[in-house]
Write a protein that binds this ligand. Sequence first.
Ligand code: ATP
Ligand code: MG
Length: 417
Amino acid sequence: MSNADDIFDQAKGSIRRLGLTEIPFTESPTGLGSQTLDRIFTGRENELRQVFKSFQSRERRRILIYGRIGIGKSAFLLEVLSVLERKLKETLTTYISLPPELDLATTALIALAQAMSDDDWAQQQLYKMGIPINKQLKERTSEVGGNMGITAKMGEKDLPIIAPEYPSVSLDTLLQRAKEKYPNGVVIAIDDLDKQNPSRIRQLMYDAQGMLKGPAWFLLTGHPVSMTGDLLTTERGLFDLRLPLEELDFETTYKMLINYLSSVRINNDCTDPDDPRCVLPFLPETAAQFCQVSRGKPRLFNRLGSIILSTAADLGADIITPDVLRKGLQTALPTLQERAALTFKEERVRAFLQRNGQISDETITIDDLEQLGVRTYAELLPVLERLEAADLAHQPRQDDTKTFEPLALLPSDIAPE
Ligand SMILES: Nc1ncnc2c1ncn2[C@@H]1O[C@H](COP(=O)(O)OP(=O)(O)OP(=O)(O)O)[C@@H](O)[C@H]1O
Ligand SMILES: [Mg+2]
Protein backbone atom coordinates (compact mmCIF):
# COMPACT_ATOMS: atom_id res chain seq x y z
CA MET A 1 0.00 0.00 0.00
CA SER A 2 1.29 3.48 -0.86
CA ASN A 3 1.86 6.24 1.61
CA ALA A 4 -1.08 8.14 0.19
CA ASP A 5 -3.27 5.08 0.74
CA ASP A 6 -2.24 5.13 4.38
CA ILE A 7 -3.12 8.78 4.69
CA PHE A 8 -6.52 8.10 3.13
CA ASP A 9 -7.14 5.35 5.67
CA GLN A 10 -6.11 7.62 8.52
CA ALA A 11 -8.52 10.31 7.37
CA LYS A 12 -11.27 7.76 7.17
CA GLY A 13 -10.24 6.39 10.56
CA SER A 14 -10.54 9.77 12.23
CA ILE A 15 -14.14 10.17 11.07
CA ARG A 16 -14.88 6.58 12.12
CA ARG A 17 -13.42 7.34 15.53
CA LEU A 18 -16.31 9.76 15.91
CA GLY A 19 -18.62 6.85 15.17
CA LEU A 20 -19.57 8.17 11.73
CA THR A 21 -19.15 6.75 8.23
CA GLU A 22 -18.78 10.25 6.78
CA ILE A 23 -19.55 13.90 7.45
CA PRO A 24 -23.26 14.31 6.69
CA PHE A 25 -23.30 18.10 6.31
CA THR A 26 -23.37 19.69 2.85
CA GLU A 27 -23.62 23.24 1.49
CA SER A 28 -26.49 22.46 -0.83
CA PRO A 29 -28.99 19.64 -0.88
CA THR A 30 -27.33 16.58 -2.37
CA GLY A 31 -28.72 13.51 -3.96
CA LEU A 32 -31.45 15.01 -6.10
CA GLY A 33 -33.85 12.16 -6.37
CA SER A 34 -32.03 10.08 -3.82
CA GLN A 35 -33.31 9.07 -0.42
CA THR A 36 -30.83 11.15 1.55
CA LEU A 37 -32.91 14.30 1.56
CA ASP A 38 -36.04 12.42 2.65
CA ARG A 39 -34.07 11.11 5.60
CA ILE A 40 -32.55 14.34 6.79
CA PHE A 41 -35.28 16.80 5.85
CA THR A 42 -36.74 18.21 9.07
CA GLY A 43 -39.60 20.47 10.09
CA ARG A 44 -41.52 22.83 7.80
CA GLU A 45 -44.70 20.90 8.53
CA ASN A 46 -46.98 23.92 8.19
CA GLU A 47 -45.40 24.97 4.94
CA LEU A 48 -45.62 21.44 3.53
CA ARG A 49 -49.25 21.28 4.60
CA GLN A 50 -50.05 24.47 2.72
CA VAL A 51 -48.34 23.33 -0.46
CA PHE A 52 -49.91 19.87 -0.42
CA LYS A 53 -53.31 21.34 0.30
CA SER A 54 -53.15 23.31 -2.91
CA PHE A 55 -52.41 20.11 -4.78
CA GLN A 56 -55.78 18.70 -3.70
CA SER A 57 -57.43 20.65 -6.45
CA ARG A 58 -57.98 20.21 -10.11
CA GLU A 59 -57.18 23.82 -10.66
CA ARG A 60 -53.53 24.37 -11.55
CA ARG A 61 -51.76 26.52 -9.00
CA ARG A 62 -48.78 28.82 -8.95
CA ILE A 63 -46.75 28.76 -5.79
CA LEU A 64 -43.95 31.10 -4.78
CA ILE A 65 -41.60 29.96 -2.04
CA TYR A 66 -39.43 32.70 -0.69
CA GLY A 67 -36.89 33.17 2.02
CA ARG A 68 -33.43 34.44 2.69
CA ILE A 69 -30.17 33.04 1.41
CA GLY A 70 -29.46 29.56 2.73
CA ILE A 71 -32.77 29.24 4.58
CA GLY A 72 -33.62 26.00 2.80
CA LYS A 73 -35.61 26.95 -0.32
CA SER A 74 -34.00 24.36 -2.59
CA ALA A 75 -34.23 21.61 0.02
CA PHE A 76 -37.90 22.43 0.61
CA LEU A 77 -38.64 22.46 -3.10
CA LEU A 78 -36.88 19.14 -3.67
CA GLU A 79 -38.61 17.55 -0.69
CA VAL A 80 -41.99 18.71 -2.01
CA LEU A 81 -41.19 17.26 -5.43
CA SER A 82 -40.03 14.00 -3.98
CA VAL A 83 -43.34 13.57 -2.14
CA LEU A 84 -45.41 14.62 -5.16
CA GLU A 85 -43.48 12.17 -7.27
CA ARG A 86 -44.48 9.36 -4.93
CA LYS A 87 -48.03 10.44 -4.25
CA LEU A 88 -49.37 11.82 -7.51
CA LYS A 89 -50.08 9.25 -10.14
CA GLU A 90 -49.59 9.98 -13.83
CA THR A 91 -48.06 13.33 -13.04
CA LEU A 92 -44.68 14.53 -14.24
CA THR A 93 -42.53 16.53 -11.83
CA THR A 94 -39.58 18.53 -13.10
CA TYR A 95 -36.94 20.67 -11.47
CA ILE A 96 -34.55 23.24 -12.89
CA SER A 97 -32.38 26.01 -11.54
CA LEU A 98 -32.98 29.18 -13.56
CA PRO A 99 -30.01 29.51 -15.91
CA PRO A 100 -28.54 32.99 -16.32
CA GLU A 101 -29.84 34.93 -19.32
CA LEU A 102 -32.84 32.72 -20.00
CA ASP A 103 -36.50 33.62 -19.83
CA LEU A 104 -38.92 31.54 -17.79
CA ALA A 105 -40.73 29.94 -20.74
CA THR A 106 -37.47 28.67 -22.23
CA THR A 107 -36.38 27.49 -18.80
CA ALA A 108 -39.66 25.62 -18.29
CA LEU A 109 -39.34 24.17 -21.79
CA ILE A 110 -35.86 22.85 -20.99
CA ALA A 111 -36.96 21.37 -17.65
CA LEU A 112 -39.88 19.61 -19.25
CA ALA A 113 -37.99 18.43 -22.33
CA GLN A 114 -35.21 17.01 -20.18
CA ALA A 115 -37.73 15.10 -18.10
CA MET A 116 -39.31 13.64 -21.26
CA SER A 117 -36.24 11.81 -22.39
CA ASP A 118 -38.13 9.32 -24.52
CA ASP A 119 -40.08 11.94 -26.44
CA ASP A 120 -38.31 12.60 -29.73
CA TRP A 121 -39.89 15.98 -30.30
CA ALA A 122 -38.75 17.09 -26.83
CA GLN A 123 -35.22 15.90 -27.51
CA GLN A 124 -35.24 17.75 -30.82
CA GLN A 125 -36.13 20.97 -29.03
CA LEU A 126 -33.19 20.53 -26.69
CA TYR A 127 -30.93 19.74 -29.60
CA LYS A 128 -32.03 22.89 -31.42
CA MET A 129 -31.19 24.93 -28.35
CA GLY A 130 -27.72 23.46 -28.33
CA ILE A 131 -28.35 21.52 -25.15
CA PRO A 132 -26.65 18.16 -25.09
CA ILE A 133 -29.12 15.35 -24.80
CA ASN A 134 -29.15 11.95 -23.14
CA LYS A 135 -25.73 10.56 -22.40
CA GLN A 136 -23.83 13.64 -23.36
CA LEU A 137 -25.97 15.71 -21.07
CA LYS A 138 -25.02 13.59 -18.11
CA GLU A 139 -21.35 14.03 -18.76
CA ARG A 140 -21.47 17.75 -19.14
CA THR A 141 -23.68 18.88 -16.34
CA SER A 142 -22.76 19.08 -12.72
CA GLU A 143 -25.86 17.67 -11.10
CA VAL A 144 -28.14 15.25 -12.82
CA GLY A 145 -31.32 14.02 -11.27
CA GLY A 146 -31.86 10.33 -10.97
CA ASN A 147 -35.08 8.49 -11.40
CA MET A 148 -37.52 11.21 -10.55
CA GLY A 149 -37.73 13.14 -13.73
CA ILE A 150 -35.85 15.77 -11.84
CA THR A 151 -33.58 17.26 -14.39
CA ALA A 152 -30.12 18.59 -14.66
CA LYS A 153 -28.88 21.74 -13.07
CA MET A 154 -27.16 23.65 -15.77
CA GLY A 155 -23.89 25.35 -15.23
CA GLU A 156 -22.68 28.42 -17.00
CA LYS A 157 -20.41 26.25 -19.08
CA ASP A 158 -23.44 24.92 -20.93
CA LEU A 159 -24.24 28.34 -22.31
CA PRO A 160 -24.93 30.02 -24.63
CA ILE A 161 -28.20 28.31 -25.22
CA ILE A 162 -29.90 29.16 -28.46
CA ALA A 163 -33.28 30.21 -27.13
CA PRO A 164 -36.22 29.35 -29.38
CA GLU A 165 -37.97 32.21 -31.09
CA TYR A 166 -41.37 31.45 -29.56
CA PRO A 167 -40.61 29.59 -26.34
CA SER A 168 -44.16 29.73 -25.02
CA VAL A 169 -45.51 28.21 -28.23
CA SER A 170 -42.97 25.38 -27.99
CA LEU A 171 -43.79 24.97 -24.30
CA ASP A 172 -47.50 24.70 -25.08
CA THR A 173 -46.82 22.05 -27.70
CA LEU A 174 -44.68 20.13 -25.26
CA LEU A 175 -47.30 20.37 -22.54
CA GLN A 176 -49.82 18.97 -25.02
CA ARG A 177 -47.52 16.04 -25.72
CA ALA A 178 -46.87 15.50 -22.01
CA LYS A 179 -50.61 15.31 -21.40
CA GLU A 180 -50.88 12.03 -23.28
CA LYS A 181 -48.48 10.30 -20.96
CA TYR A 182 -49.20 12.26 -17.80
CA PRO A 183 -52.93 12.98 -17.89
CA ASN A 184 -52.94 14.36 -14.35
CA GLY A 185 -50.58 17.13 -15.20
CA VAL A 186 -47.11 18.52 -15.11
CA VAL A 187 -45.31 20.22 -12.23
CA ILE A 188 -42.56 22.63 -13.19
CA ALA A 189 -40.30 23.79 -10.38
CA ILE A 190 -37.96 26.66 -11.15
CA ASP A 191 -35.42 27.33 -8.43
CA ASP A 192 -33.12 30.30 -7.86
CA LEU A 193 -35.04 33.18 -9.40
CA ASP A 194 -33.17 35.35 -6.92
CA LYS A 195 -29.81 34.74 -8.50
CA GLN A 196 -30.79 37.40 -11.07
CA ASN A 197 -30.99 41.12 -10.50
CA PRO A 198 -34.34 42.58 -9.38
CA SER A 199 -35.21 44.53 -12.50
CA ARG A 200 -34.57 41.47 -14.60
CA ILE A 201 -36.80 39.36 -12.39
CA ARG A 202 -39.59 41.85 -12.77
CA GLN A 203 -39.26 41.66 -16.54
CA LEU A 204 -39.07 37.86 -16.45
CA MET A 205 -42.24 37.62 -14.40
CA TYR A 206 -44.00 40.11 -16.59
CA ASP A 207 -43.13 38.13 -19.70
CA ALA A 208 -44.14 34.87 -18.05
CA GLN A 209 -47.68 35.84 -17.09
CA GLY A 210 -49.19 33.90 -19.96
CA MET A 211 -47.16 30.83 -19.17
CA LEU A 212 -47.98 30.99 -15.46
CA LYS A 213 -51.67 31.04 -16.25
CA GLY A 214 -51.27 28.03 -18.53
CA PRO A 215 -51.96 24.37 -17.84
CA ALA A 216 -48.93 23.40 -15.71
CA TRP A 217 -48.37 23.65 -11.98
CA PHE A 218 -45.59 26.06 -11.11
CA LEU A 219 -43.38 26.20 -8.06
CA LEU A 220 -40.90 29.07 -8.01
CA THR A 221 -38.35 30.11 -5.42
CA GLY A 222 -36.85 33.48 -4.70
CA HIS A 223 -35.56 35.68 -1.99
CA PRO A 224 -37.32 38.62 -0.39
CA VAL A 225 -34.94 41.45 -1.12
CA SER A 226 -34.00 40.84 -4.70
CA MET A 227 -37.32 39.73 -6.04
CA THR A 228 -40.24 38.95 -3.87
CA GLY A 229 -40.35 42.24 -2.01
CA ASP A 230 -41.28 43.67 -5.33
CA LEU A 231 -43.41 40.86 -6.57
CA LEU A 232 -45.31 40.58 -3.37
CA THR A 233 -46.63 44.06 -3.76
CA THR A 234 -46.95 44.58 -7.49
CA GLU A 235 -47.90 41.19 -8.84
CA ARG A 236 -50.24 39.97 -6.17
CA GLY A 237 -52.51 38.17 -8.52
CA LEU A 238 -49.76 36.13 -10.09
CA PHE A 239 -49.43 33.53 -7.32
CA ASP A 240 -52.08 31.47 -5.59
CA LEU A 241 -49.79 30.79 -2.66
CA ARG A 242 -46.85 32.82 -1.43
CA LEU A 243 -45.00 30.88 1.18
CA PRO A 244 -42.27 32.42 3.34
CA LEU A 245 -39.59 30.14 4.79
CA GLU A 246 -38.07 31.32 8.03
CA GLU A 247 -35.43 30.18 10.50
CA LEU A 248 -36.18 26.85 12.16
CA ASP A 249 -36.88 26.97 15.87
CA PHE A 250 -34.45 25.45 18.35
CA GLU A 251 -36.35 22.22 18.81
CA THR A 252 -36.56 21.61 15.06
CA THR A 253 -32.88 22.43 14.63
CA TYR A 254 -32.04 19.90 17.33
CA LYS A 255 -34.19 17.30 15.58
CA MET A 256 -32.47 18.17 12.30
CA LEU A 257 -29.11 17.46 13.94
CA ILE A 258 -30.39 14.10 15.15
CA ASN A 259 -31.55 13.24 11.63
CA TYR A 260 -28.25 14.19 10.01
CA LEU A 261 -26.18 12.29 12.56
CA SER A 262 -28.32 9.17 12.58
CA SER A 263 -28.07 8.99 8.79
CA VAL A 264 -24.30 8.33 9.02
CA ARG A 265 -23.74 6.89 12.47
CA ILE A 266 -22.22 3.45 12.81
CA ASN A 267 -24.14 0.92 14.94
CA ASN A 268 -26.56 3.39 16.45
CA ASP A 269 -29.56 4.83 14.70
CA CYS A 270 -31.16 6.24 17.80
CA THR A 271 -33.43 9.19 16.99
CA ASP A 272 -35.21 9.59 20.33
CA PRO A 273 -34.46 13.18 21.46
CA ASP A 274 -34.66 12.10 25.09
CA ASP A 275 -31.93 9.52 24.67
CA PRO A 276 -28.49 11.19 24.82
CA ARG A 277 -27.11 8.66 22.30
CA CYS A 278 -29.20 10.32 19.57
CA VAL A 279 -26.72 13.18 19.15
CA LEU A 280 -23.48 11.20 19.41
CA PRO A 281 -20.64 12.10 18.82
CA PHE A 282 -22.05 15.33 20.31
CA LEU A 283 -23.07 15.46 23.92
CA PRO A 284 -26.57 16.84 24.52
CA GLU A 285 -24.90 19.96 25.89
CA THR A 286 -22.65 20.57 22.87
CA ALA A 287 -25.41 19.57 20.46
CA ALA A 288 -27.61 22.26 22.00
CA GLN A 289 -24.84 24.85 21.77
CA PHE A 290 -24.19 24.00 18.15
CA CYS A 291 -27.91 24.38 17.35
CA GLN A 292 -27.97 27.69 19.12
CA VAL A 293 -25.09 29.21 17.16
CA SER A 294 -26.63 27.96 13.92
CA ARG A 295 -29.69 30.09 14.63
CA GLY A 296 -32.01 27.76 12.76
CA LYS A 297 -30.37 28.66 9.44
CA PRO A 298 -29.88 25.41 7.52
CA ARG A 299 -26.93 26.57 5.39
CA LEU A 300 -25.06 27.92 8.42
CA PHE A 301 -25.94 24.76 10.35
CA ASN A 302 -24.42 22.63 7.60
CA ARG A 303 -21.31 24.77 7.25
CA LEU A 304 -20.63 24.88 10.98
CA GLY A 305 -21.44 21.20 11.43
CA SER A 306 -18.96 20.25 8.78
CA ILE A 307 -16.23 22.46 10.27
CA ILE A 308 -16.86 21.17 13.80
CA LEU A 309 -16.72 17.53 12.77
CA SER A 310 -13.59 17.92 10.73
CA THR A 311 -11.90 19.86 13.53
CA ALA A 312 -12.88 17.06 15.92
CA ALA A 313 -11.44 14.51 13.50
CA ASP A 314 -8.18 16.49 13.24
CA LEU A 315 -7.95 16.53 17.02
CA GLY A 316 -8.41 12.76 17.11
CA ALA A 317 -11.46 13.20 19.32
CA ASP A 318 -14.17 10.59 19.69
CA ILE A 319 -16.64 12.85 21.48
CA ILE A 320 -17.46 16.51 20.90
CA THR A 321 -16.84 17.84 24.36
CA PRO A 322 -17.31 21.55 25.16
CA ASP A 323 -13.60 21.99 24.55
CA VAL A 324 -13.69 20.33 21.12
CA LEU A 325 -16.75 22.37 20.18
CA ARG A 326 -15.01 25.57 21.18
CA LYS A 327 -12.01 24.70 19.04
CA GLY A 328 -14.31 23.89 16.13
CA LEU A 329 -16.12 27.19 16.42
CA GLN A 330 -12.84 29.06 16.71
CA THR A 331 -11.81 27.53 13.40
CA ALA A 332 -15.16 28.40 11.84
CA LEU A 333 -14.80 32.13 11.42
CA PRO A 334 -11.44 32.09 9.63
CA THR A 335 -12.63 29.12 7.56
CA LEU A 336 -15.82 30.88 6.47
CA GLN A 337 -13.80 33.97 5.69
CA GLU A 338 -11.29 32.06 3.64
CA ARG A 339 -14.01 30.25 1.70
CA ALA A 340 -15.78 33.50 0.97
CA ALA A 341 -12.73 34.88 -0.87
CA LEU A 342 -13.86 38.44 -0.27
CA THR A 343 -12.79 41.30 -2.48
CA PHE A 344 -10.98 44.25 -0.97
CA LYS A 345 -14.19 46.25 -0.79
CA GLU A 346 -16.18 43.42 0.76
CA GLU A 347 -13.46 42.84 3.33
CA ARG A 348 -13.54 46.51 4.26
CA VAL A 349 -17.28 46.30 4.91
CA ARG A 350 -16.85 43.09 6.90
CA ALA A 351 -14.20 44.64 9.11
CA PHE A 352 -16.39 47.70 9.63
CA LEU A 353 -19.33 45.52 10.60
CA GLN A 354 -17.18 43.57 13.03
CA ARG A 355 -15.95 46.77 14.66
CA ASN A 356 -19.36 48.42 14.83
CA GLY A 357 -21.35 45.38 15.86
CA GLN A 358 -24.17 46.47 13.58
CA ILE A 359 -24.88 48.34 10.41
CA SER A 360 -28.17 49.85 9.30
CA ASP A 361 -29.46 52.61 7.08
CA GLU A 362 -30.70 54.46 10.15
CA THR A 363 -27.42 54.68 12.00
CA ILE A 364 -24.84 54.86 9.24
CA THR A 365 -23.19 58.26 8.78
CA ILE A 366 -22.01 59.99 5.63
CA ASP A 367 -18.46 59.61 6.93
CA ASP A 368 -18.95 55.87 7.32
CA LEU A 369 -20.23 55.57 3.77
CA GLU A 370 -17.31 57.54 2.44
CA GLN A 371 -14.90 55.39 4.40
CA LEU A 372 -16.49 52.31 2.86
CA GLY A 373 -16.14 53.74 -0.62
CA VAL A 374 -19.84 54.14 -1.44
CA ARG A 375 -22.20 57.09 -1.74
CA THR A 376 -25.46 55.57 -0.54
CA TYR A 377 -26.57 52.78 1.75
CA ALA A 378 -28.27 51.12 -1.22
CA GLU A 379 -24.84 50.61 -2.76
CA LEU A 380 -23.78 48.72 0.35
CA LEU A 381 -26.68 46.29 0.27
CA PRO A 382 -25.27 43.94 -2.37
CA VAL A 383 -22.01 43.75 -0.40
CA LEU A 384 -23.90 43.03 2.82
CA GLU A 385 -25.89 40.35 1.07
CA ARG A 386 -22.73 38.84 -0.23
CA LEU A 387 -21.45 38.71 3.36
CA GLU A 388 -24.74 37.19 4.44
CA ALA A 389 -24.49 34.53 1.74
CA ALA A 390 -21.04 33.66 3.09
CA ASP A 391 -22.47 33.53 6.63
CA LEU A 392 -20.22 36.38 7.70
CA ALA A 393 -23.18 38.62 8.47
CA HIS A 394 -26.79 38.08 9.28
CA GLN A 395 -30.00 39.98 9.67
CA PRO A 396 -31.23 39.95 13.23
CA ARG A 397 -34.82 40.75 12.23
CA GLN A 398 -36.74 39.11 9.42
CA ASP A 399 -38.95 42.07 8.64
CA ASP A 400 -36.13 44.58 8.63
CA THR A 401 -34.04 43.85 5.57
CA LYS A 402 -31.59 46.67 6.09
CA THR A 403 -29.98 45.89 9.42
CA PHE A 404 -27.02 43.54 9.53
CA GLU A 405 -24.89 42.15 12.34
CA PRO A 406 -21.71 40.14 12.36
CA LEU A 407 -22.14 36.49 13.17
CA ALA A 408 -21.54 35.52 16.78
CA LEU A 409 -20.12 32.03 16.93
CA LEU A 410 -18.56 31.40 20.28
CA PRO A 411 -20.99 30.32 22.98
CA SER A 412 -19.66 33.08 25.21
CA ASP A 413 -20.79 35.65 22.61
CA ILE A 414 -24.31 34.35 22.75
CA ALA A 415 -26.57 35.89 25.28
CA PRO A 416 -28.22 33.31 27.52
CA GLU A 417 -31.87 32.82 26.70
N1 ATP B 1 -35.61 21.50 6.50
C1 ATP B 1 -34.37 21.04 6.30
N2 ATP B 1 -33.97 19.87 6.84
C2 ATP B 1 -32.72 19.40 6.65
N3 ATP B 1 -31.80 20.03 5.90
C3 ATP B 1 -32.14 21.19 5.32
C4 ATP B 1 -33.43 21.76 5.49
N4 ATP B 1 -33.48 22.91 4.81
C5 ATP B 1 -32.27 23.06 4.25
N5 ATP B 1 -31.45 22.04 4.54
C6 ATP B 1 -30.04 21.89 4.11
O1 ATP B 1 -29.38 23.12 4.35
C7 ATP B 1 -28.51 23.49 3.29
C8 ATP B 1 -28.91 24.83 2.69
O2 ATP B 1 -30.23 24.74 2.19
P1 ATP B 1 -30.66 25.18 0.69
O3 ATP B 1 -29.55 25.01 -0.26
O4 ATP B 1 -31.94 24.48 0.40
O5 ATP B 1 -30.94 26.73 0.94
P2 ATP B 1 -31.44 27.80 -0.14
O6 ATP B 1 -32.44 28.66 0.56
O7 ATP B 1 -31.89 27.12 -1.37
O8 ATP B 1 -30.12 28.61 -0.40
P3 ATP B 1 -29.81 29.65 -1.60
O9 ATP B 1 -30.45 30.94 -1.18
O10 ATP B 1 -28.34 29.75 -1.63
O11 ATP B 1 -30.40 29.07 -2.85
C9 ATP B 1 -28.58 22.32 2.31
O12 ATP B 1 -27.55 21.42 2.60
C10 ATP B 1 -29.94 21.70 2.61
O13 ATP B 1 -29.96 20.33 2.27
MG1 MG C 1 -31.20 27.22 -3.29
